[in-house]
Ligand binder design. Structure first.
Ligand code: ZN
Length: 179
């Protein structure tokens, strides 16, 4: 899934999440920020200079890594009896796990290693073509042609294009609605 869709999903989730709690405006803002941060966090591995097809092969795209991290942080929140911290961690966790779900849902050249470290098999809703993702994550002058080819390949799946567009439109609609 492309970055704008991850951001849009994080925003939609935070709005749904916030609706269930009677919180202060500053806490609501923090929840939105944390859900957005969570919905982008797994793509930290994009900063390591990896190719699109390889960046899902780090621990940042594995459920076990985030489950452990969120469990430990949640445990600390519970131990110091701070329910608000627990809510913040849940908001971040929702963002992270939706990111992983969306990468499984929309993976074209790389999937998600759901059972890592027990298996390195990558799972995705659609068949993967790793050779198409032989492109650095960030486009520059040198790789722009290859990058365009990848986008063209990505856009071939009309179902995903429509889904991603709808998610972005829903986020914009909610944002305008709540202004
Ligand atoms: Zn990702």
């Amino acid at each position: 899934m492309l970055l704008p869709t991850h951001i849009a999903t994080g925003y939609i989730l935070s709005e749904v999440f916030i609706d269930n709690y009677n919180l202060l405006q500053t806490d609501k803002l923090l929840i939105t920020t944390l859900t957005l941060a969570g919905s982008l966090a797994p793509d930290i591995d994009g900063l390591f200079g990896l190719q699109i097809k390889d960046h899902h092969k780090t621990v940042f795209h594995t459920p076990i890594f985030w489950s452990l991290l969120i469990f430990i942080m949640g445990f600390i929140g519970f131990s110091i009896k701070n329910l608000l911290i627990v809510i913040f961690i849940i908001a971040f966790g929702i963002g992270v796990f939706f990111h992983l779900f969306l990468d499984w849902f929309s993976g074209r050249s790389a999937g998600i290693r759901i059972f890592y470290p027990f298996s390195k098999k990558q799972y995705s809703l659609f068949p993967l073509k790793p050779e198409k993702g032989n492109v650095p994550i960030f486009p520059n002058k040198k790789n722009i042609k290859k990058y365009r080819e990848f986008i063209r390949y990505y856009l071939k799946n009309k179902f995903l294009v429509i889904t991603e567009t709808l998610i972005i439109l829903i986020a914009i609609f909610i944002w305008i609605w709540t202004l």
